[in-house]
Design a protein around this ligand. Structure first.
Ligand code: 13P
Ligand code: 13P
Ligand code: MG
Ligand code: MG
Length: 367
């Protein structure tokens, strides 16, 4: 890797929470910070920031290694393993929830934790936004990423900025069949929407700027249920977006979240509900274990150091989105166990619903 390049790794895991699936315990955050501070002192990493969205612990690590650097993945795995030990000691709920494999084998991908990583040469000023969610799935980023990088009604820069005017290319993963495809926008916009409108299966993995192929957004795409073969909690994805200088500005990145669109997850990972943009302090999902939350942290990257964060949804102008999300939550909750609040049968196959079906299977008679 070129000397001037740096990598931002956002690696996250639910390693147990309190009181139920609500919040990462402060002791775990403290422990994660201590371990990353030691790694910083040993010069294994440049900088770090630890935070949580609900019951998910997020490690932001900057370093000189490449994406998928085994040393960095091992460091994150060790932090999560030690936090799991602490969670067990405290008898936290679901200790080690996302740690689906026993031993580390070089890459944390596919082992449970979610990963979004991006390597680049720092621009003269390098603003980035890190999004983190709780109580939802990786496809939850499809809607805002489309609006940020392809919808001129959301992002006027697509019309005004010469670099953005040439559009963006979206790499989409089919998480069921492990395949990928690229859609170049605006040309392929309708085809892109044909797929990403099914966010449980087709997930935007990364986005490049057509002007110069600059990589400008990456997401985590882990589907825990597909690794575990059963419901073990939602994936609660993360996303990194580079901003400004011919990329979407901060306001163009936050704008889609002013509308609390519906995502899948919420209670028992089995319900559709509004995606509520919140400050770090408000990322405490307790109503019906939700509604699903999203936090957005802005940083400036300075020689690999993380200057920030600015807690972007702390802005009072997102109060109305939160209020609207609460109204939508009332309306959705009214449906109780009925679709479309409860997810369709195909999405329930990884929950314990199949056991209920098995229990009554002999009571069905021909009509
Ligand atoms: P830049 O193109 O320099 O990022 O400025 C755009 C902007 O911030 C306007 O909102
Ligand atoms: P998490 O995916 O955030 O662990 O939540 C699981 C759940 O079942 C909430 O009711
Ligand atoms: Mg949990
Ligand atoms: Mg969670």
């Amino acid at each position: 890797m070129k000397d001037s390049k740096i990598t931002i790794s956002v690696i996250k895991s639910d390693i147990g929470s309190y009181v139920g699936h609500n919040l990462v315990h402060p002791e775990l955050i403290k422990l994660a910070k201590e371990e990353l501070e030691k790694a910083k002192k040993r010069k294994e990493i440049i900088d770090y920031f630890v935070f949580n969205c609900g019951d998910d612990l997020e490690l932001v690590i900057t370093h000189k290694g490449p994406e998928e650097d085994p040393k960095i993945h091992r460091l994150a795995w060790n932090v999560f393993t030690d936090c799991t030990k602490k969670a067990k000691e405290l008898k936290l709920y679901g200790a080690g929830q996302d740690m689906l494999k026993d031993s580390f084998s070089g890459n944390i991908k596919g082992m449970g934790p979610g990963v979004a990583e991006i390597s680049f040469e720092e621009r003269p000023s390098e603003p980035i936004v890190i999004l983190a969610a709780d109580k939802t799935e990786p496809g939850a980023w499809n809607y805002p990423l489309f609006k940020i990088f392809a919808d001129p009604f959301t992002n006027p820069g697509l019309i005004i900025s010469p670099e953005m005017n040439e559009g963006f290319t979206f790499e989409v993963h089919d998480v069921l069949e492990s395949k990928k495809i690229k859609f170049k926008c605006p040309e392929d916009m309708y085809d892109l929407l044909a797929f990403i409108g099914t966010p449980g299966r087709y997930v935007i993995k990364c986005i490049t700027r057509n002007h110069d192929n600059l990589l400008c957004a990456v997401t985590s795409t882990t589907r825990l249920s597909l690794i575990a073969g059963k419901y073990v909690g939602k994936d609660d994805p993360v996303c990194i977006i580079r901003a400004q200088h011919g990329l979407p500005d901060i306001g163009e990145i936050t704008e889609p979240f002013a509308q609390p669109y519906l995502v899948e997850g919420w209670n028992r990972g089995s319900h559709a509900g509004p995606f509520m943009p919140v400050s770090l302090e408000q990322a405490v999902p307790t109503r019906f274990d939700g509604p699903p939350r999203v936090v957005a942290l802005g940083f400036i990257i300075q020689k690999g150091n993380l200057i920030g964060p600015l807690d972007l949804f702390k802005d009072v102008s997102f109060d109305r989105a939160r209020q609207k999300a609460n109204e939508i939550a009332d309306y959705m909750r009214m449906h109780g166990p009925f679709q479309p609040h409860r997810l369709p049968e195909s999405d329930m196959e990884y929950t314990s619903l199949p056991k209920i079906k098995e229990k009554v299977k002999d009571r069905w008679k021909e009509v």
